[in-house]
Design a protein around this ligand. Sequence first.
Ligand code: BG6
Length: 471
Amino acid sequence: MTQMRTDNPWDIDRSTGRKLSDAFVFFGATGDLAYKKIFPALHNMVRHGTLTCPIIGIAKAGWNLEQLRARARDSVQTNGGGVDESVFAQLVKQLHFIDGDYNDPEVFSKLRKEIGDANSPIHYLAIPPSMFRTVVEQLDKSGCSRDARIIVEKPFGRNLASATELNQILHSVFDESHIFRIDHYLGKEAVENLLFFRFANTYFEPIWNRNYIDSVQITMAEDFGVAGRGKFYEEAGAVRDVIQNHLLQVVALVAMEPPTSMYPESVRDEMVKVFRNIPPVKPDKMIRGQFLGYRGEDGVSPNSQVETFAAVRFEVDSWRWAGVPFLIRAGKSLKVTATEVIVRLKRPPLRLASDSDPNYFRFRLGPDISIATGVRVKRPGPKKLTAMLIELAAVKNSPGDEVEAYERLLSDAMRGDALLFIREDAVEVSWGVVDQILGDVVPLRFYEPGSWGPPEADNLARDVGGWRNPE
Ligand code: BG6
């Protein structure tokens, strides 16, 4: 890759060869995402020296800078593990605020002034997609988009058509190389480790295919409901909320071919190829569920048909994976909170007495992190040969060891490193995968909170040894 030239070598990030963003602008500064994730991430970035430029929050809330500072403190205290006073004082020095309506050109003239001498700002749209067009047009008209990058949040569209339209809006002003679409799962240490573990170890590649692997399953279980987000969830449902994005990204990392290098486009090319090889999931390979009590949540219709649980089965139609079932299930109000990938291997031909489960790899992506493999050993004792399954752990980290995903992603975007962001084609192809299972295409099944979802979901996995429930 050619290094960009500038007069000031310190403007260039050494690992990407790209310009460092020199003003951080975030829309939606008084919103929920800013409170839960963005302020804690900014606090950490200031602590780690990766955010030294002006930080400009924008929102329509009738607030002043003092109120935003108070909100930032509360956010870092509540969601960021506590305020480090010297770091926070520095963050506050860098923080500016513009209050106003995104339709008002005056807001963007003020932004232009606040950006001042910065010549490659980054704009983070932590706002609903319905406002993207307005903000993008105003950024363009005011000159704030010149040499700028843009970060956008999920949900990226509601279906293929709306995702394509959002991409068109962004492309009307920004080049794809300047667009960073966040899927915070890709910022997780454990998810990146999946990629790393596969390709950093010699012995995986020969067995990571249809000859040795029997099935792949991913469970994303949450033991809480919609946690006050009923209105949002009514528009989403489990497929749109986590399967089309987070869990399909995980599938891509499990199933992709080795990239030719770790250059972002090499990796992203391989991820997109996986989505292209997944035929659209069919409604008869899907179970939709809703937990009892969901309809009583705030913002939820009393006869809502939205799924809070979905289980799907499909194949990745490639030379490597043909015939290997991939199963995904995700649900709210299940028994535990845990996300796990289980890759089950085929059984060896020798049938040992009282057969135990076959070999497997287990990648636990959250809330704690582990990578483990199930191996069979002889059950100790003088009796005839019987197998016993034990687990060998390669990684075992408690919750909290993870580098906060948002810190990693925002720092990467500011350096112009697109590796952990979703490319335009990936968004569109992944919507294609779920296109036939959006909405109430199959009847809802109801389940008890604290269970593993509707029992009918078991049928999808019966021939592959059943679902493995994370602990
Ligand atoms: C979000 C979904 O994208 O991811 C939520 O909207 C979900 O419904 C959350 O709870 C899970 O993220 P994490 O990082 O807590 O596993």
